[in-house]
Design a protein around this ligand. Structure first.
Ligand code: HEM
Length: 270
């Protein structure tokens, strides 16, 4: 499996908002993993509903608007796909069943707060602990967020408008390829090219015109390190450099301690 985005280059480690303008024709991404990922969502919604869904009443109206937008977007840009809405469940869940993205709805009161979410493919975080909390609290465990990203992110949310949407990329390296990775201990991993997995989140941010809520979508792509090295020249070198240069607190948060050295050896021995 390959990843359509490789957010690494010769510039090494960076922590940045990295927002780019989004054409809403590209809001949702569809690929040949759709059927498999939607089946996995169905299973998780059945077996782990309390892990993958969290809602507050404040997010109900915005979730209904989000569901309308998802259906409209599918009808307009992907008319070959089903946009039949499941009955009798929360709108954020019904919306999520139609697409490969995970969905978060944020509503402004004193501050922007997470008001509804369906996240089947979390990257080692716990949704239940974040519902109802602010952007700053959601990012509490992220090193350097408070110093470098909190202020621009809050002000970006306040300036977001329905006619100007954005997207960004986040990446990480994990020792497990599963899409569903709720909170689990981060640990330094050992192993070769096929024991490591590059995980990219394509995230979009848009403001809904009726309720003025902000929708944050997360589309997750995973590929083995071996596949990434084979498919992209210089990927291995850029990855080792980024991990090596990441601040110690970030290495700790990601479970990357000692990993750059292991990777160098894994890549050199093929
Ligand atoms: C412009 C907007 C945003 C920026 C710049 C941003 C930035 C980041 C960064 C740099 C990380 C560290 C991720 C890593 O590399 O592993 C992170 C983690 C995270 N972000 Fe955001 N983020 C944004 C919006 C949001 C929104 C709207 C949500 C809503 C749910 C969110 C939820 C999270 C969560 C849950 C984590 C993991 C935190 C943990 O480890 O507990 N982010 N974000």
């Amino acid at each position: 499996m390959s990843i359509p985005y490789v957010p690494l280059d010769e510039r090494g480690w960076r922590l940045a908002m990295g927002l780019r303008p989004l054409d809403l024709a590209n809001w949702l991404e569809v690929d040949d993993r759709r059927e498999e990922e939607l089946s996995l969502k169905t299973r998780l919604l059945l077996e782990q509903p309390d892990v993958v869904v969290a809602t507050r009443r404040e997010g109900d109206a915005a979730s209904a608007e989000l569901l309308d937008e998802v259906v409209q977007s599918l009808r307009t840009y992907h008319p070959e796909l089903s946009s039949d809405v499941s009955r009798g469940e929360h709108a954020v869940v019904a919306a999520s069943r139609l697409i490969q993205e995970d969905l978060c709805v944020l509503v402004r009161d004193d501050s922007w707060r997470l008001a509804a979410a369906c996240v089947c493919f979390p990257s080692r975080w716990n949704l239940a602990s974040k519902i109802g909390t602010t952007l700053d609290d959601i990012h509490g465990p992220v090193p350097l967020y408070d110093e470098e990203l909190a202020r621009p992110t809050n002000s970006f949310f306040d300036r977001l408008r329905p006619d100007r949407s954005f997207w960004r990329l986040n990446w990480t390296l994990l020792d497990n390829a599963d899409l569903y990775q709720p909170t689990s201990p981060r640990r330094s991993t050992q192993g070769g090219r096929d024991d490591w997995f590059f995980r990219v989140e394509r995230q979009t941010l848009r403001q809904l015109p009726r309720t003025n809520a902000v929708v944050f979508t997360i589309r997750t792509y995973v590929a083995s390190l071996g596949a990434m090295i084979d498919d992209h020249a210089e990927f291995g070198a850029h990855l080792v450099r980024a991990i090596d240069e990441a601040p110690a607190t970030m290495q700790q948060y990601k479970g990357w301690h000692g990993v750059a050295q292991q990777l160098r050896e894994a890549i050199a021995t093929g």
